[in-house]
Design a protein around this ligand. Structure first.
Ligand SMILES: [Zn+2]
Length: 309
């Protein structure tokens, strides 16, 4: 059995999976943000409560921000209390378990990769998480690629529009300004303000209630304003996907995140603009990908076709 933890800005999700990667039990608790030791104590309690019921060899942990797996340190982000915190050492001291750490987007990508029944054929994959921003996880020859400093895979900050929209990273025209769920909501609100179709008529007075699902609802109703929004979004998303396909030539690109629940509509429009140079699919694991991928950090999938060069 394997045990994984996905540390998020609002909740910490964790769970145990069996050798076939089926979830046996999962749970969550709110993320304490005031001090790193409080958050670590909650994590240790979760580990200890599961280790009294299940036998697992190590603890896998995914966290946002810069995660130094070699030294067991999480540097943290604005949403978490970690400040160069020695996470592995603390958890091992309080639970007796070895700890593997990973960046959360990499863990989600690894979960998708490992749990894909075709993973032994598809050993190179890139997962894009379309959420508040755009996260990226790169798997090369069955292994997470994290670069020389652990920071690889920041695909959301690849520039796709010179002098484009400003980004929180300080650059302009980053992919996530056009392909995140936030970007889709921005485009939807602009269309509601300026449009005259069903979506504009029905949503003008409750524009603040617009979310990532709104536009899909009106595409299904045949609203032409909504269709324009989806086309604009799909064009930008496809620019990024095409760049990834050209750079990595992966076996597949996987799209994850809440808006991919609308997978039929999303794939229909994206496939109109995407060159199709590799296969593209929607993630299977949804919200559980993070802790499942973390749980699997200590093992490698058996591969059928690792190439020898
Ligand atoms: Zn950026």
């Amino acid at each position: 059995m394997y045990f994984g933890i996905d540390i998020g800005g609002t909740a910490v999700k964790y769970g145990i999976i069996d050798e076939n990667f089926n979830i046996i039990e999962k749970a969550s608790f709110p993320t304490k943000k005031d001090s790193d030791s409080e958050l670590l104590n909650d994590i240790c309690s979760a580990v200890n409560s599961f280790s009294s019921k299940y036998d697992f060899p190590y603890v896998g942990i995914g966290s946002p921000g810069y995660v130094d797996n070699k030294n067991g340190i999480i540097y943290g982000t604005s949403n978490l209390p970690f400040k160069k915190t020695k996470v592995s050492e603390y958890i091992t001291d309080h639970t007796g378990k070895t700890v593997y750490l990973g960046n959360d987007a990499n863990c989600a990508a690894y979960g998708e990769f490992m749990c894909n029944p075709l993973a032994s054929e598809k050993i190179n994959s890139v997962t894009l998480t379309l959420g508040t921003g755009v996260g990226g996880g790169i798997i090369i020859e069955g292994t997470i690629y994290s670069g020389s400093n652990g920071m690889a895979g920041e695909i959301g900050h690849m520039v796709i529009e010179k002098n484009g929209l400003p980004c929180s990273c300080g650059k302009r025209g980053c992919f996530e300004q056009y392909a995140s769920a936030t970007a889709l909501i921005r485009l939807t609100r602009e269309a509601i303000k300026n449009g005259s179709g069903t979506m504009a008529c029905e949503m003008k007075d409750k524009i603040d209630k617009t979310d990532g699902k709104t536009v899909f609802r009106y595409v299904e109703k045949g609203c032409s304003d909504a269709e324009k929004v989806i086309r604009e979004y799909a064009k930008y998303l496809s620019v990024g996907i095409d760049n990834i396909a050209d750079i990595f030539a992966p076996d597949e690109i996987v799209l994850a995140g809440g808006i991919t629940n609308e997978k039929d509509v999303l794939l229909k429009y994206v496939s109109e603009y995407f060159s199709g140079r590799c296969s593209l699919r929607i993630a299977n694991l949804k919200n559980d990908a993070g802790f499942i991928g973390a749980a699997l950090l200590g093992i490698k999938k058996k591969q059928k076709n690792v190439k020898d060069f």
